[in-house]
Design a protein. Structure first.
Length: 154
């Protein structure tokens, strides 16, 4: 399951928004209808997890944490308490609860961004504030991906 690309949308007065068709098709092809919504841990955006992806991530987190360690229990609690199950209505819309809209500074204009196995939902204003400059972006990619080519690589 791979969500790629980005689509700008608008929420209605109730906080409903159409899940872009390109993402709906990927979700339906994987047999998923239910998703988990959570505020991102690092950025002021929301993340939609297909239920299977959420379950796998929750299982991984649980395996790495000790139920008999108070700090681990608090970490797990904070992670799962911030999640809410969402489903699409018959028109392909999902409801973003007001508290989540407030967490992500969403008013009306949103951008859905495919992030491999999840979908981020951003306020169109906030996403622009977080972007790297083109120069910083290319330097970061060079640092992460750039390697010296050896004769064996050619």
């Amino acid at each position: 399951m791979r969500f790629l690309g980005n689509v700008d949308c608008k929420t209605d007065a109730k906080g409903r928004v159409f899940l872009p068709a390109v993402f709906r098709k990927v979700l339906q092809a994987s047999g998923g209808e239910t998703m988990m919504l959570r505020k991102d841990i690092f950025q002021p955006c929301l993340v939609l997890y297909p239920e299977s992806v959420w379950n796998e991530m929750e299982d991984t987190l649980r395996r790495r944490l000790n139920k008999f360690n108070a700090q681990h229990q608090q970490i797990f609690r904070q992670f799962v308490e911030g999640a809410e199950m969402v489903t699409l209505d018959g028109n392909g819309r999902l409801l973003i609860p007001k508290r989540y809209m407030d967490m992500a500074f969403i008013r009306q204009d949103v951008r859905f961004i495919g992030m491999d196995d999840t979908i981020e939902i951003w306020s169109c204003d906030k996403i622009e504030e977080t972007r790297l400059s083109n120069e910083d972006f290319s330097k970061a990619l060079e640092t992460i991906l750039g390697q010296e080519t050896t004769p064996a690589d050619i």
